[in-house]
Design a protein. Structure first.
Length: 313
């Protein structure tokens, strides 16, 4: 009996090791993902724009490799969602703007296509956190059905909905000449409105930057067109100002977008100039946890001030 018992124990141990071996990759990724979440703030605190621009693509691909091993890992998916949207906004769009300044239109098209890919990756990762029916119908159903889908999103999905909306809206912004993209603008707008509605009902995250982002995105949407073409500049102003308020006036990108979009659309040169000078007069370290975003704001503020004569003929 003892021999049989030991044999059974040996078989059980062997089976356990085989199972553990099969899942070792996922176990390793699960542990790594916890460390990555804890380490994520270090990038947001980076003061060197160039270093960040070179580091982020490799970091994203490494995380994406981990995600391939464990595609159900929500922590990795959240990192990729935020990472691709922020890389597209902070760095690939910067390449687009540099190319515009140089009047290198081939480069503009090339980098705009790259930015579109980054934003759509962000959107797609975000949508993985939503229900299957939401994903399946968001771009195929009629307007009434889509509105019901968005209205049905609860507080638990607030942040994925926000990133999906921002990814979609940013992709549309890079493709204003493509009607198949422009046709989804109302969907992106409805998603942002739902996020803001959820926040007003108590879903607003403690992270002040995340709380401000839907308002910045809404400000960009509302100021994308002149009032003659259906834009809402006063609504945009309120959205930008709300973002400033939520971040205690420390998130400098809100001011940069306010100047570049609202002030330019209003052709208020003084407001444009004074706002960007205020940004450049503010130390990016005013918000250490968002130092990189503030460095990006400084970089763009300098560029936009150099374009002042072109923007206000």
């Amino acid at each position: 009996m003892r021999t049989v018992s030991l044999a059974a124990a040996a078989l059980a141990a062997s089976a356990t090791m085989m199972v553990a071996g099969c899942d070792m990759g996922k176990l390793t990724v699960n542990t790594t993902s916890k460390v990555l979440i804890r380490a994520q703030p270090s990038l947001k605190m980076e003061s060197d724009w160039e270093m960040a621009s070179r580091a982020i693509p490799g970091a994203l691909k490494t995380v994406e490799g981990f995600w391939v091993v464990d595609p159900e890992n929500e922590r990795l998916r959240a990192i990729l969602t935020e990472g691709y949207c922020q890389y597209g906004t902070g760095f690939v769009e910067d390449e687009v703007e540099q190319a515009v300044v140089r009047k290198d239109f081939d480069a503009v098209d090339y980098h705009a296509a790259r930015a579109t890919k980054m934003f759509l990756r962000c959107m797609n990762y975000a949508l993985m956190a939503m229900s299957k029916s939401f994903r399946d119908q968001l771009f195929t159903a009629d307007v009434e059905t889509i509105d019901k889908l968005i209205a049905g999103v609860g507080a638990g999905q607030r942040t994925p909905l926000m990133w999906a909306a921002m990814g979609l809206g940013s992709a549309i912004n890079q493709n204003k000449d493509r009607m198949e993209m422009i046709s989804h603008l109302s969907t992106a707008t409805a998603m942002l409105k739902r996020v803001i509605e959820l926040d007003d009902k108590g879903a607003r995250p403690s992270d002040k930057a995340l709380a401000a982002m839907p308002h910045i995105a809404m400000g960009l949407v509302l100021s994308a067109r002149s009032e003659q073409l259906g834009g809402d500049l006063e609504g945009a102003k309120k959205s930008f100002e709300r973002a400033m308020e939520l971040t205690d006036q420390k998130f400098l990108l809100a001011y940069v977008y306010f100047a570049r979009r609202y002030a330019v659309m209003k052709q208020d040169k003084k407001l444009f100039h004074d706002t960007l000078v205020k940004v450049l007069s503010t130390d990016p370290s005013i918000w250490p946890e968002q130092r990189l975003a503030n460095e990006i704001a400084h970089r763009r503020a300098r560029r936009y001030l150099q374009q002042e004569k072109e923007l206000f003929p």
